[in-house]
Design a protein around this ligand. Structure first.
Ligand SMILES: [Zn+2]
Length: 54
């Protein structure tokens, strides 16, 4: 699963998640932008569609 986000500091799009951590029903992604800004987002795991491995 590749997740990306937009940097809230310099607005660069498509920053890939550097860390992924599950906590209960939420999954948190940590991002580190090229500009040095760091932030994290948390989402419900159920928001992601489940895919079957081919
Ligand atoms: Zn940035």
């Amino acid at each position: 699963m590749i997740t990306t986000d937009t940097c809230p500091s310099c607005l660069t799009r498509g920053i890939p998640a550097a860390k992924e951590r599950r906590r209960g029903l939420h999954i948190a992604h940590g991002y580190i932008c090229r500009c040095g800004h760091r932030w994290a987002t948390a989402r419900l795991i159920s928001a992601y569609p489940t895919r079957k491995a081919a």
